[in-house]
Each structure stands twice: as C-alpha cells, then as structure tokens.
Design a protein around this ligand. Structure first.
Ligand code: MN
Length: 495
C-alpha cells in the first residue's frame, strides 16, 4: 500500500476531510552587541533599565542611527535563505500605543523590506523534504517589557530590550500540518545558527513565532486565518496549530464562520483564546521614518558578505553523504548543529588519518552526545576532544582495545579530564586487549572447568556460546579479544 502524502496530512472532521494551511512570521533577535538604532548593550539579563540609551527611551529630539552590523546580519540571513537582497529598503514607523513602547511607534520596514522572496528546504524525514517559500525578511525594533508582578498596585516597565534588532522572517502559507511547521522552524533555526545571525535561544525569547492558521476543504480557496501570537517553543507551535485547526473545523462544521483575529495559545489549558480582532495594515498608519534615510546597499558589499558565508546545512549534508558515505539519517543528525558537524569532520580527518567515518559518527551521535547532553553543555565543552574520538576509533580498529573497553576509556577521559592521548592512557592502565592465545586458552579452560554441566549442554545447544563468551570476557576484565575467545570456545566445546 502506498500512502499519498497529501492525503496523509488531512484532518478528519465530522463531515469529511480538512486541510490545514499554516504560514509563520518568525521574530529572530539579531546577534549584535548594540541595538538597531543605538549603542546600548543587547546583553540579556541585566538589571531592569540598565541597557537603555536616550534613543531607546524615546527622549525628545533623539535621532536613531542604523547599526551596520545588524544590516550585515540581515543580508547574510537573506543570502542563507536564497532570497533576493533588495538594494534599496526603507524604514517606516508603525504606529501603536503600548506601555512598553515609549516612542509610540515601532521602527520597522513595510513596503520596502531589506530582503525579498526566498525559500527553505525543510526536512520532514532524512530522505523527504519540502520547499517552503519565504515572503520577506525585514528589520525592526523590539519593544520593552511590562512587569506586572512586582507590586500589587503598580506595573513597571523594563526597557532593556527596547530597540534590540529583530529580523521578522515571513513565510508563505506553504505548510500543511503542525509537523511541517515544526520542521520549518527547526530548520530555520539551524540556518540562523550556522550563519550566526541569531542564537535561536527560544527560552530567552530570541526566536518566537506568530502562527497563522486556516482550514479548508482540500482543493478549495484559502479559508479565513487566525494569528496566534508569540509562541516560544517548537513544541508549543505544533500544539497551537493542532488546537487552533480543531477549533476552526468545529466552528465551520457547526455552521459558523471564522472571524479573522489575533489569538493567544495557553499551553497549560491547551486552548487558544481571542486577544483582539485582527488589525489591518492601515490601522498602523505606516509612513517612512523621516529620521532615517533609505538604506542603500552596493552590490560589492552584498557579494563580499555572500563570499564569506559558511557552508550551510543542506550543502554540508550532501557533502557528508558523498565524501564520507554516510546515510541521509546520520548526515542530517551531524549537520543539525554546525559545531557537531565540525567536531565530526575534525575527528575523521585527525592527523590526516584514514578512519571509518561511520564509526566516528556512531561515537559522536552515541556516547559523546549522550555525555554532552547529560552535562547540558555543547559538544565542544564535553571533556572529549575530536582527537580523542579519532584515537578511540583507531585503537579499536587496530585491535588494541575492544569496543567495550573503549566505552570505559571514554568514561575515564570524561571523569579525569587529561591531556594525555588515549593510546598512552590505554597503555598506562593496562587496558590493551588480550590477544595472546595462550592466556585466552587458560581463561577458557577455567570457565569450562567451573561449568562442566553447561559445557556438556552446549554441545547440543550451540546458542549457549554467547553465555560462555560473556563469562570469559568477565573473567578477563573485558580485555580479551571477543572474536578470539569465541574461536577458542567453539573448538573446546566442539560446536
Ligand atoms: Mn514584527
């Protein structure tokens, strides 16, 4: 049976199948030391109002000055999204009142954003991907933060975040399920982290999504959409879409219609709630900010940024599969974080050695990642260097240690944090694999002598060989070569 992927994504309603249509507006905080239009620090977690310039506080007469680094980050990101870089873009004032927006407007980009249409390859499985269109990317300021829980009678405002640069990345409504939207955000996050234009830290709110959801009968025109504001984890994005789609389907199947509105997702109650009826662009009275000139980019400037971009995940994945004969699955795991990909490649090529790339990948995806995750540190700070992984693979492949002892060696390295290479460590601790057949013979003899009844049974039950191998390995502290043990045992037991 074949599954039609388009059909598989449909949602069953009481009156038939529905298609969910999703588009995302992702706000990604630009990695930069200073804010978009002022020199104040962007460092997270300072005392309230300790990183606020007169521009950020909107004192009268202050003039914004564009931060060159934020522009470069937006262009680099646009290039990474295979998007059109607009040589000329304009900053507009988006007017609205909010207590944490002292200017009374947000400086954003409206009709002329810095980046136009592009696309992302979104991997649904290691083998299957879809393309999601990018509508635009524009630069804008973040707002401050109101604090309502500090006093029973007053609210406070913290302007540290006010004026921090954001990239708003708007997708086309190309996603058809919660899973596709989650995969999209995850891939976008990976690309941003590769480029270094946003750290993607969703817990700190540095990457958050407004989720547009509508439903329709397959093959019909787009339905009315609702926008769910500021969802700040990939899991919640998926839950918000599923919850909202079910709400809309129930209303339509009940004979009602969907009102276009802005909603909030409440993860604790698993529901979306109405926040306000949807505002239209003209409600914001956009107009070009008279304090800022249009932003004009030289083609040479854009070309130089393009030339300096790092290798991006799709290209790296294809290259890992071609150069190291890795499976699509292994390659996609390794390239998900640039640091892991670099760690892998350094290990494979350590001292220009020709070693089994699959074995290196397995150690990194297995024990090394498990250790890094347990310590909650990136792989580069996991007390195991890429050189160590290379040494480990070499020690196994030349027969110095068994795979089992290799795990112990890794544990020792993690616990003791040394600089001595692992070959020396193995020799100093006498962990070398026992290949001396005389020694193995004696160990086998001892085990058989202690288990004569089992040895008798094994003659008719060859499946017991494994148990005997285990006993010999145990008696030799795991240092015997398991293949040699198995060979000797077969001969002795007559199987
Ligand atoms: Mn925005």
């Amino acid at each position: 049976m074949t599954i039609d992927p388009a059909k598989a994504r449909l949602v069953k309603g009481a009156t038939g199948d529905w298609e969910v249509v999703v588009g995302l507006e992702v706000h990604a905080q630009v990695t930069s030391r200073a804010k978009l239009f002022s020199g104040a620090s962007t460092v997270f977690g300072g005392e309230p109002n300790s990183h606020v310039s007169l521009v950020d506080a909107a004192m009268p007469g202050m003039l914004p000055v564009i931060n060159r680094e934020c522009v470069a980050q937006a262009v680099r990101t646009g290039l990474g999204l295979k998007a059109k870089i607009n040589r000329r873009s304009v900053f507009d004032r988006k007017n609205y009142f909010y207590p944490d927006l002292p200017q009374g407007y947000q400086i954003s980009q409206y009709k002329s954003p810095i980046v136009g249409e592009g696309e992302i390859q979104v991997d649904l499985t290691p083998e299957h991907s879809i393309r999601v269109g990018i509508e635009r990317l524009h630069l804008e300021q973040d707002a401050g933060k109101s604090l309502h829980d500090q006093s029973p009678t007053m609210s406070f405002v913290d302007l540290n975040r006010s004026g921090v640069a954001l990239m708003e990345i708007v997708s086309k409504p190309d996603m058809r399920s919660a899973d596709e939207a989650k995969a999209y955000v995850s891939k976008l996050r990976t690309i941003l982290r590769y480029i270094g234009s946003c750290d993607g830290d969703m817990e700190k709110g540095n990457l958050r999504a407004d989720v547009n959801v509508s439903v329709r009968r397959p093959g019909t025109a787009l339905g009315t959409r609702c926008e769910i504001k500021n969802v700040n984890s990939i899991r919640f994005i998926g839950q918000a879409i599923e919850t909202e789609a079910r709400r809309q389907i129930a209303i339509i199947e009940d004979g009602g219609t969907i009102e276009q509105e802005t909603r909030l997702f409440d993860p604790a109650r698993g529901e979306t709630r109405s926040m306000r009826s949807k505002e239209e662009a003209h409600d914001y009275r956009y107009f070009p900010d008279p304090d800022l000139l249009p932003l004009e980019l030289d083609p040479e400037y854009v070309d130089a940024l393009a030339a300096a971009l790092p290798e991006l995940p799709d290209v790296k994945k294809a290259r890992f599969m071609a150069d190291y004969s890795l499976s699509p699955y292994d390659a996609s795991i390794l390239v998900a974080e640039r640091e892991t990909a670099d760690f892998f490649e350094t290990a494979v090529n350590h001292r220009a050695g020709k070693r089994d790339a699959k074995a290196v990948a397995n150690w990194i995806m297995g024990d090394v990642s498990a250790h890094a995750n347990a310590q909650n540190v990136p792989i580069s700070r996991a007390n195991i260097s890429s050189a160590n992984v290379a040494e480990l693979v070499d020690l196994i492949s030349d027969g110095t240690i068994s795979g089992k002892i290799a795990k112990d060696v890794l544990t020792i390295r993690i616990a003791e944090v040394g600089t001595v290479d692992l070959r020396t460590l193995v020799r100093d601790r006498g962990l070398e694999q026992m290949t001396d057949i005389g020694v193995i013979d004696r160990a086998v003899d001892a085990v058989i002598a202690a288990n004569t009844d089992k040895a008798e049974q094994a003659k008719s039950k060859p499946g017991m060989l494994g148990w005997f191998v285990g006993q010999v390995m145990k008696s030799t502290g795991g240092k015997a070569n398991p293949q040699a043990v198995s060979d000797v045992l077969k001969r002795r037991l007559g199987i």
